[in-house]
Ligand binder design. Structure first.
Ligand SMILES: Nc1ncnc2c1ncn2[C@@H]1O[C@H](COP(=O)(O)OP(=O)(O)OP(=O)(O)O)[C@@H](O)[C@H]1O
Ligand SMILES: [Mg+2]
Length: 351
């Protein structure tokens, strides 16, 4: 084995030096008119099969700079996972141009693998029957991680993700949340410059979600790791990402800050108030309004772009307020509203 065949001769990851070749510095992740069309066969009747095409990604263009943390959201079937698979080289685009760290992923998948980390929440990259630590040992060799770096990274990840008690446990015996933490560590053992996460918090309890989010922020701060995060949980985006991209039918329909998304979607948050006793619906200034009353508990919807503070003060002043909480808008609701608006403007394409 030629152990000198390290992925990149110049520039250790994370040192800030662009591996540029002297030309114009290209964004770390760059997509230009990327398309992915799947040929699928559908059964029609007993013997006939009909071929048709699914355009999963449609003239998609965006760039992500080194060190950015970007949320990538959209409804089921929008093309998010397909995009991530193209970014890792698992799938080859049907058209357009795609580069990650200057590399064409589908052409140089192995070379790129040394520089990226991937977590698919829906399935594991770990060896199912082996103790967790054995997967890491295998990755140590697969990625040819120098011994010192491996030990250092493993130690750090075990501590940050609290994996100590899990290392000797076969992966199949781990709970979903434990397994996910194990998967995230696996994706980071080789110090990737970019981390793709496809629904990393799916099915996790609140504590585990919080822990994963904190961890991602920390990795980004310490190592300037670029993060592309796909999720259906708006709080993942709120707590981790400064930028969000929304895709629908394979097309980018929004790219900007989260606050802007709320405005575009005209979404609402809900203030849940617990009063000392059952009361008639509380009086609040429009557009806020009571949407539900259940005994002493009332639900007040208000625009997501507004602060809850004024509303809380007003209710506390006039009613016997015992407790309160604010519920964030459901991401699907934000998206649904956004699309309802869009549908009126742009012609929908049929496949
Ligand atoms: N291997 C495949 N063969 C055929 N069609 C596919 C394939 N993979 C994905 N598709 C189709 O491409 C479209 C986009 O799928 P994709 O998995 O990228 O969506 P997604 O945004 O990740 O959705 P979700 O939120 O449900 O995970 C869907 O219509 C899907 O059926
Ligand atoms: Mg998906």
């Amino acid at each position: 084995m030629d152990t000198t065949a390290e992925p990149e001769a110049g520039g250790e990851p994370g040192t800030g030096g662009e591996p540029g070749t002297g030309g114009e510095p290209e964004a770390f992740i760059a997509l230009d008119g990327v398309e992915k069309v799947f040929d699928v066969r559908r059964r029609k009747g007993l013997l006939r099969r009909e071929r048709h095409q699914v355009r999963a990604v449609d003239s998609l263009s965006f760039t992500v700079a080194r060190g950015e943390m970007v949320g990538y959201i959209g409804p089921n079937g929008a093309g998010k996972s397909t995009t991530i698979k193209m970014l890792t080289g698992i799938l080859t685009p049907s058209g357009g141009r795609l580069r990650v760290a200057g590399i064409d992923p589908s052409r140089e998948r192995t070379r790129l693998a040394h520089r990226i980390g991937v977590v698919f929440g829906q399935r594991t990259t770990l060896w199912w029957d082996l103790p967790l630590i054995d997967s890491y040992k295998l990755m140590h060799r697969m990625y040819r991680i120098p011994d010192g770096r491996y030990r250092e990274n493993l130690g750090r990840l075990v501590e940050l993700l609290d994996l100590g008690d899990m290392l000797e446990v076969p992966v199949r015996q781990l709970s979903l949340g434990q397994r996910m933490r194990g998967d995230i560590a696996a994706a980071l053992l080789h110090d990737p410059e970019v981390l793709y996460l496809d629904e990393p918090t799916i099915g996790l309890d609140v504590v585990s979600k919080t822990r994963v989010r904190e961890f991602l922020r920390q990795v980004n701060t310490e190592r300037s790791t670029t993060v592309l995060l796909t999720t259906h949980d708006l709080q993942d985006i709120e707590q981790v990402c400064s930028r969000v991209m929304v895709i629908d039918h394979g097309r980018l329909v929004y790219d900007g800050g989260l606050a802007g998304l709320h405005e575009v979607g005209e979404s609402e948050r809900t203030l849940v108030v617990d009063l000392e006793r059952e009361c008639p619906p509380v009086e609040v200034p429009a557009p806020a309004r009571v949407v539900r009353v259940d005994g002493p508990r009332q639900w007040v919807a208000f625009p997501a772009s507004e602060s809850a503070a004024g509303l809380v003060a007003r209710i506390a002043e006039r009613y016997p307020l015992v407790d309160l909480s604010v519920r964030e808008p459901d991401i699907e609701a934000v998206i649904a509203k956004m699309y309802a608006e869009r549908a009126g403007r742009t012609p929908t394409q049929s496949s």
